[in-house]
Ligand binder design. Structure first.
Ligand code: NAD
Length: 263
C-alpha cells in the first residue's frame, strides 16, 4: 500500500511498481485519481488506514502535508500524527514492513564534508527535518517492539522532471529509475533487517553521502550520476541554480551545511 500515490515521487513509484508486475499495489492519496486507480485516503483518518492496510505486506509512506514550518499545527498534528496512525494501523493488521520517505534534512546540520553515516545522531535543520526524525523514531519504536520492520529512506533531491537543477542537487539527486530500484530493494531486503536508515541518492560522483555499502546490504546499484548530467547541461549552455538560489554548498566550500536550499 502506497500513500501519496498522486504525488511527485509517489506517482513514479506507483506506476513503476505496477509495470514491474510482481506486486499488487494499492495507491492511496487525499487526491484520488480514478483513471489511475488511486483511491482516496486522508492520513488523518484512522479507520480508512485500518481498512487499507488489511492484508498488506508492505506500506510505502509518501503522503505529506506541505506545511513544514507550522510546528504545532501541521507538523505535529498533521504529518507526525498521521504517521503514527499509519504505523498503528499497519501494526494492528500485521504489515511486515513500513518504508518511509524521510529526508536529508533529518541531518542537514552536518557539514558537507562530514559525510554523515545514517546512524549518526540526528541534526535536523528545520521543523521539516525534525518531523522526519520523529517519524523515523516511531519506526524504531515499532521495530524494537517487534511489531514490524522499519526502513527510512532519507531522500536527497527528486525534482519531478528526472534531472538535477542546481549544483547542490548534484550532490544529493536521485533519478526516477534509481528511486524505483531503491524502493524494490527495500521491499525485498532481507527479513533480518528490522530497522534501517539510509540516504537515497543516485550514484552521483560528488555525493555528500556514502551509499556504496547499500549494494552489499540490499542490492541497490544506482545507474545515474547527477554530475554527468550537470556537465552535459553546462556544455549545452544551461545556467544553474547556484546563483539563482543563492546556494554556496558545493565542494569548494566544505564548511557549508548540507541543508542549504532545495530539499
Ligand atoms: N521530492 C523531493 O525532493 C523529496 C526529498 C526528500 C524527501 N521527500 C519526501 O518524499 C515524500 C513525497 O514527496 P513529493 O515530492 O512526492 O511530495 P508531493 O507533495 O508531490 O506528494 C505528497 C502527496 O501527499 C498527498 N497528501 C497531502 N496531504 C495528504 C493527506 N492528509 N492524506 C493523504 N495524502 C496527502 C498529496 O496529495 C501528494 O500527492 C514526502 O514525505 C517528502 O517529504 C521528497
Amino acid at each position: 500500500m502506497l500513500t501519496g500515490a498522486s504525488g511527485r515521487i509517489g506517482n513514479v513509484i506507483y506506476e513503476g511498481l505496477k509495470k514491474d508486475g510482481r506486486y499488487t499495489v494499492i495507491g492511496a492519496d487525499i487526491e484520488a485519481n480514478e483513471g489511475q486507480g488511486i483511491v482516496k485516503m486522508d492520513i488523518a483518518d484512522e479507520l480508512r488506514l485500518l481498512e487499507l492496510t488489511q492484508g498488506v505486506d508492505t506500506v510505502l509512506h509518501f503522503a505529506w502535508i506541505q506545511e513544514n514550518e507550522d510546528f504545532l499545527g501541521k507538523v505535529l498534528s498533521g504529518n507526525v500524527s498521521g504517521a503514527y496512525k499509519l504505523l498503528e494501523a499497519a501494526a494492528q493488521n500485521g504489515v511486515r514492513r513500513v518504508i518511509f520517505a524521510s529526508s536529508n534534512h533529518a541531518t542537514g546540520y552536518y557539514k558537507v564534508d562530514e559525510k554523515p553515516d545514517p546512524m549518526d545522531p540526528y541534526r535536523p535543520d528545520s521543523f521539516y527535518g525534525l518531523s522526519k526524525c520523529y517519524i523515523e523514531l516511531l519506526g524504531r519504536l515499532y521495530s524494537d517492539q517487534g511489531k514490524l520492520s522499519s526502513i527510512n529512506i532519507r531522500i536527497g533531491n527528486f525534482p519531478g522532471d528526472d534531472r538535477p537543477h542546481s549544483e547542490r542537487a548534484g550532490h544529493i539527486w536521485i533519478s526516477e529509475r534509481d528511486m524505483l530500484q531503491l524502493i524494490v530493494c527495500c521491499i525485498e531486503a532481507d527479513a533480518e533487517i528490522k530497522y534501517l536508515n539510509l540516504y537515497g541518492t543516485s550514484a552521483n560522483s560528488d555525493n555528500y553521502y556514502n551509499i556504496d555499502y547499500l549494494e552489499g546490504l540490499i542490492g541497490y546499484k544506482p545507474l545515474d550520476d547527477a554530475t554527468e548530467l550537470l556537465e552535459q547541461a553546462k556544455a549545452a549552455g544551461e545556467r544553474f541554480a547556484r546563483m539563482r538560489q543563492g546556494i554556496k554548498a558545493d565542494k569548494s566550500d566544505l564548511t557549508s551545511y548540507i541543508h542549504r536550499s532545495d530539499r
